[in-house]
Write a protein that binds this ligand. Structure first.
Ligand SMILES: [Zn+2]
Ligand SMILES: [Zn+2]
Length: 450
């Protein structure tokens, strides 16, 4: 066996891994870089030239893992693409939305290579997609055996174990070991018989503050919502359309049920509605803490009408969960914020990651009264609303990931999907805990024997 990484950047980039099993090469994920555009956002697929690829695995539907899968499938039209049923539906919707985003970026930012694929290509791609269940081994081309286990990161996410001629490699994908509000934590039991593990390291440089608990964080969020409502303002929670939206809506529903917050209207908009519909469709078929709960049916969420071009306007005493989470230009949360951030009665609550260069990142770093540029083509606005940040990460605490790596017994551990500091923490800790194993930060394209 031979492992090689096709992610160029030393941060969370366009995820793509390859594992050579005899004459076959299995590809795991093919993402789109969240911060780059054009060809630079793609994994270096040319490094797969000459390989025979019949099997591709998608660990989950975030764009940094699936965003260039149609391009990879064009290069290897014979490949069968394996994933869970929930990932199938979510990835399909994400890719179609990505075509729309790339098409508008092509004109606005002058990126002639965009869109990298069309709606028709996405439809053709999905014909080669096959769903597999958790915890059931299956055979892929060329004597390769695979097993998916629930990674607990978002609905449908899986770890992938690939076995060939007595050797076994674990790809963690993105993992959350702890229960979230809706999705249950990972269901993985490494049995110590792995030869190699390719692991994410997202939170390697983010230790938990003392006394942190998810319940405590939920309580703090409920209090901040109440404070915003009682101040006579509206509450804006910018959320990623997939995963975070559904987690936050479930939290709000639970807060209301136990009287932590009053029963006020909750609005969703943007891509969130489509993604929530898919979450609801899979509510009985995926591991979650509230299997019968269907968000859109049971919560009476107010959905911004599709095709309604006039922006949603804030109303005092109401809650708005709008995408995107980073408040990127031209998204619903960004347009909404123009009528929101200058009013001191309003509360802006962040529940997920924000790149420091994004509008959300700039607001988080700013102080009250600072001028904020939400849109490069419009004048900045003063930040007068209250701002609070919460930690509801979909990624495992670093100590839990360390335990998974140690539990795998792997002789080679590849550190991926994290910035330099994050990987360095894992490299040091694992070198101490597993002195007989090689701890490797893989170079793009370099081949490592397993
Ligand atoms: Zn992810
Ligand atoms: Zn990721």
């Amino acid at each position: 066996m031979e492992y090689f990484c096709l992610t160029d950047s030393h941060e969370i980039g366009a995820c793509c891994h390859a594992l050579k099993c005899g004459d076959e090469t299995v590809v795991v994920d093919s993402g789109l870089h969240p911060k780059m555009t054009g060809y630079e956002a793609m994994p270096p697929h040319d490094k797969l030239e000459g390989e025979t690829v019949h099997s591709v695995v998608l660990t989950h539907s975030h764009l940094d893992h699936v965003g260039t899968i149609p391009v990879l499938q064009r290069q290897f039209p014979q490949a069968r693409v394996y994933m869970t049923a929930a990932t199938f539906d979510l990835a399909d919707a994400m890719l179609h939305n990505s075509v729309n985003v790339m098409t508008s970026q092509s004109n606005e930012l002058n990126i002639p290579e965009y869109p990298l694929f069309t709606h028709t290509m996405v439809e053709e791609c999905t014909l080669k997609w096959e769903t597999r269940k958790y915890n059931r081994k299956f055979n892929a081309e060329g004597g390769v055996e695979m097993l998916f286990q629930d990674a607990g990161h978002i609905m449908g996410s899986c770890t992938a174990s690939v076995q060939y001629e007595g050797k076994k490699v674990l790809f963690t994908g993105d993992v959350q070991t702890e229960d979230q509000t809706l999705i249950k934590g990972a269901d993985i039991r490494p049995e110590g018989d792995y030869d190699a593990i390719v692991m994410e390291t997202t939170r390697g440089a983010s230790p938990r503050p003392d006394g942190f608990s998810r319940e405590g964080e939920e309580e703090r969020l409920a209090k901040a919502i109440v404070a915003g409502l009682e101040a006579g303002g509206a509450v804006l929670i910018p959320v990623f359309a997939m995963g975070k939206t559904q987690e936050v809506l479930t939290m709000i529903s639970q807060f209301k049920a136990v009287g932590l917050i009053p029963d006020v209207p909750v609005h969703v908009g943007g891509l969130s509605t489509k993604m929530t519909t898919i979450y609801d469709r899979h509510s009985n078929k995926t591991r979650r803490k509230t299997p019968r709960f269907k968000i859109l049916r049971d919560m009476n969420v107010r959905v911004a009408r599709k095709g309604n071009k006039s922006p949603i306007m804030p109303k005092a005493g109401e809650i708005y969960c709008l995408s995107s989470g980073m408040m990127s230009e031209k998204t619903v949360s960004n347009l909404f914020a123009r009528h929101f951030i200058d009013d001191a009665r309003n509360a802006l609550l962040f529940v997920g990651y924000a790149d420091p260069d994004s509008p959300a990142g700039k607001i988080r770093a700013a102080s009250t009264g600072d001028e904020i540029s939400l849109d490069s083509k419009r004048p900045p606005l003063p930040l007068n609303c209250k701002v609070e940040v919460f930690d509801f990460s979909g990624h495992a605490p670093r100590e839990d990931l360390l335990e998974i790596a140690i539990g795998s017994g792997a002789k080679k551990i590849f550190l991926t999907h994290g910035d330099t500091d994050a990987r360095e923490w894992f490299r040091q800790e694992l070198s101490k805990a597993m002195p007989d194993s090689e701890i490797i930060v893989p170079e793009s394209g370099m081949r490592y024997e397993i």
